[in-house]
Write a protein that binds this ligand. Structure first.
Ligand SMILES: *Cc1c(COP(=O)(O)O)cnc(C)c1O
Length: 434
């Protein structure tokens, strides 16, 4: 593998300066700006398989996979071919195509408890629409979300815990109104008692509980045994819809996502990331009884000029088809991620610093803390200075990790054991220097 001896970033730095003049913060999504790890972002020139190449011709092994979508690796030949042949037939019509039915049929077949699915353009849109649908279906207003879970940037989700644990939340971004915040209740991840309290205090007013069934936006945090099962039961008892936000986990943890892996039924499921195979796609699905409330069949309005876009659907369909036809892929990804985690452990132990390695399937995260990371609070106890030095040390050795301790690694199928060993070598060097 050819790599530069020393990584320099002059071109990226110049591109970042130019970007900052015309794009707020120089980026189109905040985490890309490296604010939490310090320094300046690299600008990507191209990607292939497991590797990213930046504007200074530095090569990296990519452990983010575009935050999940590139599960097959970058510029996968079949996906690229599907895109090229689709592009030649025109890129947008605003009129139905057969391809939309094809991907919907495949997604409904792969995803448990989904009879019908509606395609949108992002995970944000999917979650926002799922909440509206849940409210329209139940006739109730309030939703429960969990601290540290991310469901996109729509107003209802940009909420932090209010003063009391069972009271309503408050906006955590200017521009979100108190009126919106009062309908979002904040619960602690992996704390079923807390969820029960909130159910009690808001009896008869709840439309839905929305959750990342395996959290990936406060590091990777798997649900403790009984937690999701308990919420499922509460929802059934109170006629509340249970929404799985599978934007990260969908088609990644198993062909049927977290629902299949954990064997728990959701009422509405949201998708994004993998379902678009690297193009901007989101989706939400449910059983027919619920989905029939959506316009034009029902009264709950939802629409999109570019929804079901043929380019996006061809990348998504090709990716899902490959996943559906290669059940070994999930085992392979799980084995590689487990290998990485298992080999990191003795190196960390030898260094003697406190750490937590969380992993489920191809998602994992490393936190520099002695507290088991099970919720947002424990995730926040990580040593930031350590993490930042670790991040930059790995970057300079050709390993691209998420630029924040609150993000999960996503392995892709193109990563080889040779790449993992290279990563572990870098890891050992970086730990020595910490
Ligand atoms: C990424 C993500 C979203 C938002 O998706 P976008 O496509 O970025 O709008 C929602 N939920 C979860 C769990 C995510 O990881």
């Amino acid at each position: 593998m050819k790599r530069n001896d020393t990584y320099t970033y002059a071109r990226s730095s110049k591109l970042f300066s130019a970007a900052k003049k015309v794009i707020p913060g120089g980026v189109n999504s905040p985490v890309r700006a490296f604010k939490s790890v310090g320094g300046e972002p690299i600008f990507i020139e191209k990607a292939e398989g497991a590797y990213l190449f930046d504007a200074d011709a530095n090569q990296y092994i990519d452990f983010i996979a575009s935050w999940g979508p590139m599960i097959l690796g970058h510029a996968h030949e079949e996906v690229v071919n599907a895109l090229m042949s689709s592009a030649r037939k025109g890129t947008s019509f605003g009129i139905p195509t057969a391809l939309e039915t094809k991907i919907a049929e495949l997604a409904c077949k792969m995803a448990p408890n989904v009879d019908q699915i509606r395609f949108v353009n992002s995970g944000t849109e999917a979650c926002m629409s799922a909440i509206r649908l849940a409210r329209g279906f139940t006739g109730k207003d309030k939703i429960i979300k969990f601290s540290g879970c991310y469901h996109g940037h729509s107003d209802s989700f940009l909420i932090e815990a209010g003063s009391g644990a069972v009271t309503f939340g408050s906006p955590n971004s200017p521009g979100v109104t108190q009126g919106t915040a009062k309908d979002t209740l904040l619960a602690r991840y992996n704390d079923l008692n807390n969820v029960e309290e909130i159910f009690k205090a808001n009896a008869g007013e709840l439309a839905a509980v929305i959750i990342e069934p395996v959290a990936g936006n406060m590091g990777c945090i798997p649900p403790v045994k009984g937690f999701l099962e308990g919420i499922r039961q509460l929802c059934d008892e109170h006629g509340v819809l249970f929404i799985f936000d599978e934007v990260m986990t969908g088609f990644r943890l198993a062909p049927g996502g977290a629902q299949e892996l954990l064997d728990i039924r959701a009422d509405i499921v949201t998708y994004g990331k993998v379902i678009g195979g690297g193009l901007p796609v989101g989706a939400f699905g449910a059983r027919k009884e619920i989905m029939s409330h959506l316009a034009p069949e029902g009264p709950v309005y939802q629409a999109g000029t570019l929804s079901g876009n043929p380019l996006a659907m061809s990348a998504g369909y090709t990716t899902l088809s490959i996943l559906n036809e290669s059940p070994d892929l999930y085992q392979r990804l799980n084995q590689k991620t487990t290998y990485l985690k298992d080999q990191m452990k003795p190196l960390l132990d030898e260094k003697g610093i406190p750490y937590q390695l969380n992993q489920l399937g191809s998602m994992m995260s490393l936190h520099f803390t002695e507290h088991p990371v099970t919720d947002f609070e424990s995730s926040s106890t990580g040593n930031n200075a350590f993490f930042n030095a670790y991040f930059h040390g790995m970057l300079e050795r050709g390993i691209y990790l998420p630029p924040s301790a609150f993000e999960s690694y996503f392995l892709n199928d193109a990563i080889s054991y040779k790449d993992l060993d290279f990563t572990l070598d870098a890891f050992q060097q970086v730990l020595k220097a910490l």
